[in-house]
Design a protein around this ligand. Structure first.
Ligand code: XLS
Ligand code: NI
Ligand code: NI
Length: 438
């Protein structure tokens, strides 16, 4: 183990007046809110890729971060060193979960045999760490977008040999996730899309996507994995157009392939905004369609159009999101994964802590505010009043299918209905939300 994090203490709850910035001000893991502890509600996870793999490079310059594990020259020893420091960080943050891609934890390899052996070597070590520290796996995922072989896609690649390699990675990673007791398995289709229609057979690629996903679900049942399979919608970046662009589109594809009861979604706010939606829209759409699974919590920057993966900090937005999650019954297998990275200038060990401490405190405050909103649920009361009339009369028979358009029209005509417009009270409702932000 390096001494990279040696100067930083284990992060504990010290209350809003804490003197140190290396402390939780709001996240008190044992505090009960609406009958469950904060830890149980929020199910927070640290991601391996942004926090331990990225070295701070951007398209104009090289890495700025000074991580000891990046300086180890032997690739396998570097993977081991990274694992050591990752689990030190998880433990010091005292958050319950982590997430990883297969290639995040391994030394780089080329052949299928090497892939199986090297991932297996690391999974054994991860299993030992899980046992020793009690940190759990929220989800695993296979990276089907970084290696050049995936430049034209993973499951939707025009070359069936590439799809076979993708199948190998997914089988190995799903098996590993199962072995490590993971709660979910995620598929993010970074390159499952196209750059130009001129070289793309949409129908063919859609069929490949559907069949590949069905195979993943079949394999899950075959090995007895009880967690959820999750698709992570994103509209574009890196491809010009991703097939899984948003929650509603994913649900349409799941329905086309008969998988709507087998697969849920992992929603990321920065992906929602790239698709032209609000974060809360995607949550409510997933709730409405019965596919809400998990969240990759982060944010974009309204002044540029990228997936900048910054740590979330808009308390009003996250309070409202938390309200919708609680209303839907909270997380099942899902949780809040910090799919977020510190900025390129935030280059030392302390910054990794500040990012995650702030993220955890934001979620804890949002939980407190949302719980208050639920206790005297003014938003629900307003909605209930707004939708009265649908459990009786022509409202009821319209929904249960017993009314034709002719009959509906005759109701209006015979009863001489001249309904007056009723206020939607948007400003009053916005005031209710603002009052809950604490
Ligand atoms: C990229 C995605 C990625 C997934 C995991 O935009 O958010 O990080 O969460 O492959
Ligand atoms: Ni993500
Ligand atoms: Ni993303």
């Amino acid at each position: 183990m390096s001494d990279f994090f040696a100067d930083i203490p284990k992060i504990t709850y010290q209350g809003p007046d804490a003197e140190s910035r290396m402390a939780y001000r709001y996240y008190d893991k044992n505090k009960k809110v609406l009958g469950k502890t904060m830890e149980e509600h929020l199910r927070m996870a640290i991601c391996y890729w942004h926090t331990f793999c990225w070295d701070g490079f951007d398209i104009f310059g090289g890495g700025t971060f000074n991580r000891p594990w990046h300086k180890v020259t032997d690739a396998k020893e570097a993977a081991d060193a990274k694992l050591d420091d990752a689990f030190t960080f998880f433990t010091k943050m005292d958050l319950p979960y982590f997430c990883f891609h297969d290639v995040d934890v391994m030394a780089p390899v080329e052949t299928p045999q090497e892939h199986i052996a090297e991932l297996g070597r690391m999974v054994d070590q991860i299993g030992d760490r899980i046992e020793k520290t009690g940190v759990q796996l929220l989800w695993g995922t296979a990276n089907l977008f970084s290696h050049p072989r995936y430049m034209a896609g993973g499951a939707t690649n025009p070359d069936a040999d590439v799809v076979a390699f993708a199948g190998l990675q997914v089988r190995e990673c799903l098996n590993a996730t199962h072995k490590l007791g993971g709660s979910n398995y995620v598929l993010w289709g970074g390159r499952e899309g196209y750059d130009t229609l001129l070289n793309t057979d949409l129908r063919q690629e859609r069929d490949q996507f559907g069949r590949f996903l069905s195979m993943v679900v079949e394999h899950k049942h075959k090995i007895g994995f009880k967690g959820d399979i999750l698709i992570e919608p994103k509209p574009h970046e890196p491809t010009k157009n991703q097939y899984d662009r948003d929650v509603a589109t994913v649900h349409g594809m799941l329905t086309e392939f008969g998988l709507q009861n087998e697969v849920k979604v992992n929603i990321e706010p920065n992906h929602a905004t790239l698709a032209g939606h609000s974060f809360e829209h995607e949550i409510e759409m997933a709730n409405a369609l019965g596919v809400f699974g998990s969240i990759d919590i982060n944010r974009g920057d309204p002044q540029n159009g990228w997936d900048t993966d910054q740590f979330a900090y808009d308390l009003r937005e996250v309070t409202l999101v938390m309200y919708y999650i609680l209303k839907a019954g909270g997380f099942g297998n899902g949780g809040f994964n910090f799919d977020a990275k510190v900025r390129r200038q935030s280059n030392d060990a302390a910054d990794l802590f500040h990012g995650h401490v702030g993220g955890a405190d934001l979620l804890a405050r949002a939980l407190l505010g949302a719980a208050d909103m639920i206790e005297k649920d003014e938003l629900q009361a307003f909605k209930d009043a707004r939708y009265t009339g649908w459990d009786k009369g022509h409202g009821k028979s319209l929904l249960d299918g017993s009314l034709s358009l002719d009959q509906l029209a005759d109701v209006a005509k015979n009863e001489n209905l001249t309904p007056a417009p009723k206020s939607g009270r948007q400003e009053m409702l916005e005031n209710i939300v603002n009052d809950a932000v604490k």
